[in-house]
Design a protein around this ligand. Sequence first.
Ligand code: ACO
Length: 378
Amino acid sequence: MAQQQIELKRGLNGVYFDTTESSDVMPEGRLIYRGYDIHDLASKSTFEEVVYLMMHGALPTRWQLADFDAALKAARKLPPEVIDIIVKVKGAHPMDVLRTAISALSAFDGETETMGKDANIRKGIRLTAQTASIVAAHHRIRQGKPMLEPDPSLSHAGNFLYMLLGEKPDKDTAELMDRDFIVHLDHSSNASSFAARVTASTLADLHGCVVSGIATLKGPLHGGAAEGVMKMALEIGDVSNVESYLAKKHANRERIMGFGHRVYKAEDPRARHLRDGSALLAQKKGQPKWFQILSKVEEQMRPYAQRGICVNVDFWAGSVYYLLGIPEDLFIPIFAVARVPGYVVQVIEQQGRNVLIRPLVQYVGPHDQQYVPIDQRG
Ligand code: ACO
């Protein structure tokens, strides 16, 4: 049968499927959240303030922020049953543990089946706090270390580092993690937020939507790139090896992790905040090597900018986490800690004026196969 002439948009590249008021990713290298430039938010705001902005649509007053912060802090503890599950699956990849634990949380959240914006904000606040607690608890459990009680005197980012690493971070380090969370919070119709929206469009519950997002974030072409970048830096080992390492990669037509983006055709605006953070940490920890190696990779990749392949956020994120003493398999979960409220915002937006997301795919297989009973098949 002759194939119907259909213009395929593989990977939905260039396809607009709806409108949004949450964030805008611009090819020239600009990112805005609800109209505010990411550079203003990253340098002047806190993660808690930006989550409020994203969920409610406006920056909070002092008292609104205090209430919001109190609700986040009140949700930091995990149900004991979920901790038991984390203990049982502790050997799995931390993203698989996170996905499983978030799914399990639906059994212990009194509002799982309650739909609507207000319930989703309340659940979203809890999920934002709980995601950080799951990642930290799992890491402690798998190391055989005691889990730590959340510290209400610490910010969301500071408390996460404390519960993960067992040491209260200094002001600069807590602020760096806070900035990292801000720049990772939302990113228009990225693959994992789109997955969360597809789930939301069936009017499924928020926990299920967040599980979809987390499952999608794990892949190396999305959240997994930061892990790949640090592996690359470790493989390179010394700044003198950068040129030969890249030459081999280019000869094998292999991709360099931390470069390229579906939308940005200039430098990813989030990268600069983590580059600065990486430089600061390298100096503070007296470990300039990784910053030097990655700076050289960035310099050597400059000619690729002509083809729109520029540095992305993941390139510098990995070195920040590494210098903080965070193991590589936690890089994507940290991305998830920041991105979960982004999923919540997009789910609220999707369900606020829902339409089922159900695209078409062109069938190119055979049409008239003759059915052969099982005992007659050769
Ligand atoms: N290194 C070398 N070449 C690259 C890279 C890269 N990192 N990225 C793209 N290219 C080349 C491709 O080989 C292709 O070349 P060709 O036309 O000669 O075959 C061309 O650029 C277009 O690449 P596509 O894969 O078609 O572009 P797409 O928009 O689908 O890719 C993606 C975007 C998946 C992010 C890609 O750039 C990539 O694989 N990057 C490495 C992984 C990475 O860093 N991911 C993180 C993204 S940011 C985030 O999720 C937070």
